[in-house]
Write a protein that binds this ligand. Structure first.
Ligand SMILES: NC(=O)c1ccc[n+]([C@@H]2O[C@H](COP(=O)([O-])OP(=O)(O)OC[C@H]3O[C@@H](n4cnc5c(N)ncnc54)[C@H](O)[C@@H]3O)[C@@H](O)[C@H]2O)c1
Ligand SMILES: [Zn+2]
Length: 372
């Protein structure tokens, strides 16, 4: 039993299938494969669990595999080059298909390889982390990092399908599950207040990995993401709202030191800070700020930045964020739960207050993320 949504992009429409056991389904995978040559790109953590299974389901194709080392540190042009080498070594033709089997790192890098190989070949996302199932696999943003910035090299290249096998989440560590829930909460905050209320009521079920709750949260998140992408594929407007909490979050990720905080953890704290600033500007009521903080805390995510970054350093790092355009810092802020806007037009004294207050609060209420 699985659910299917469509991403509405005219001639580049594609399905998102969500359900248990999908990586074992030849018909679902095969329906969107182009050509006879298929390359599965995955990493050393995911391969032992799922690579043989997906290859078995792909039995009739000529299959090649690239197994990369695990980690954001490998989301580089060098690793991307290894995929290119593999495609050329195996004489892959233009009508071939890449399959990204993994989290957001694998999806981004394999998607970027597909965007570039022979000027663009087909690819299918088989996301295995919650973050990838609800966010990164949908929407066609692909790319790699550069020493000078995250995701600085990349392309828009839509997949031919997204196949989210919810059973694969069984092996995902708890901390990664929580980090994915941060992005799920984000959809509620920017455009879906009823979903936010559902999350408040069902957060314990999600943390306990109740299959029905997870499937529902993934489907509703994908529907929100698909609608935003269909309305604004190239991020000329509305798609930027998906960055709620991310300017604060990127500053935390960089300031805490690479790999110390998971992306979703930083986004959790970042969304609390965006809510705090919105309230200081008079746009959001205190009760909503409290609801946001409580939900993020209930996931086990931090609500304030780590102790080793000063508010001055956070401010400096935020100014460097790539969403700075024309020298103006643009932030996604809230006018209510379910209503967000992007603006450079806010009082910077209030931003300083938010950063200082977060530093004061953290000792009192927010533990450092717990690793499992
Ligand atoms: N393209 C986009 O629109 C978009 C959106 C958001 C994030 N991203 C990118 O996504 C990346 C983050 O994605 P992520 O959080 O999935 O990180 P990730 O790919 O590093 O996966 C997190 C960890 O979980 C492991 N893992 C994944 N699935 C597993 C499973 N089923 N069982 C056991 N372990 C599993 C991975 O090996 C890794 O160690 C970042 O590079 C970010 O820039 C892209
Ligand atoms: Zn994110």
């Amino acid at each position: 039993m699985f659910r299917t949504l469509e991403v509405d992009l005219g001639p580049r429409n594609y399905p998102i299938h969500i359900g248990p056991g999908l990586i074992d389904e030849p018909a679902i995978l095969g329906a969107r494969i182009v050509g006879h040559q298929v390359m599965v790109v995955t990493n050393e953590t995911i391969a032992p669990h799922y690579l043989d299974r997906i290859e078995r389901a792909l039995g009739t194709y000529r299959i090649a595999r690239v197994v990369l080392p695990d980690g954001e540190a490998y989301k580089t042009l060098e690793t991307w080059g290894h995929i290119m080498d593999g495609l050329l070594d195996h004489r892959f033709a233009r009508d071939c298909t890449l399959i990204a089997l993994g989290g957001g790192v694998i999806g981004d890098i394999a998607g970027f390889a597909a965007a570039c190989y022979q000027r663009g070949v087909a690819f299918i996302q088989v996301p295995t982390s919650l973050l990838a199932q609800v966010d990164s696999s949908v929407g066609g943003k692909t790319g790699v990092n550069h020493a000078q910035g995250k995701n600085m090299i990349g392309a828009f290249h839509q997949p031919r399908a997204v196949i989210a096998d919810t059973d694969t989440l069984d092996t995902l560590p708890d901390s990664e599950l929580a980090a994915g829930i941060a992005e799920v909460i984000k959809y509620g905050l920017i455009r879906d207040p009823a979903f936010f209320a559902w999350l408040e009521a069902n957060i314990e079920q999600l943390r306990a990995r109740d299959p029905d709750a997870l499937a529902y949260a993934i489907e509703r998140s994908c529907r929100n993401k698909a609608e935003v992408v269909a309305a604004d594929e190239l991020e000329a407007g509305e798609r930027a709202l998906l960055n709620l909490g991310h300017t604060f979050g990127h500053a935390i990720e960089t300031g805490a030191g690479y790999g110390t905080w998971l992306h979703g953890e930083a986004v959790g704290a970042g969304m609390c800070m965006a809510a705090d600033l919105s309230a200081r500007l008079g746009w959001l009521d205190d009760n909503s700020v409290q609801r946001i903080r409580s939900l993020i805390a209930a996931v086990g995510l931090p609500t304030t930045p780590p102790a080793n970054i000063s508010s001055a350093r956070l401010r400096e790092l935020m100014a460097m964020d790539k969403k700075v355009m024309d020298n103006r810092l643009r932030l996604v802020l809230l006018q209510g739960i379910g209503k967000a806007l992007v603006t450079a037009d806010f009082d910077h004294v209030k931003l300083d207050e938010t950063l200082t207050e977060a530093a004061d609060l953290r000792a009192a209420e927010s533990p450092e993320p717990q690793r499992h």
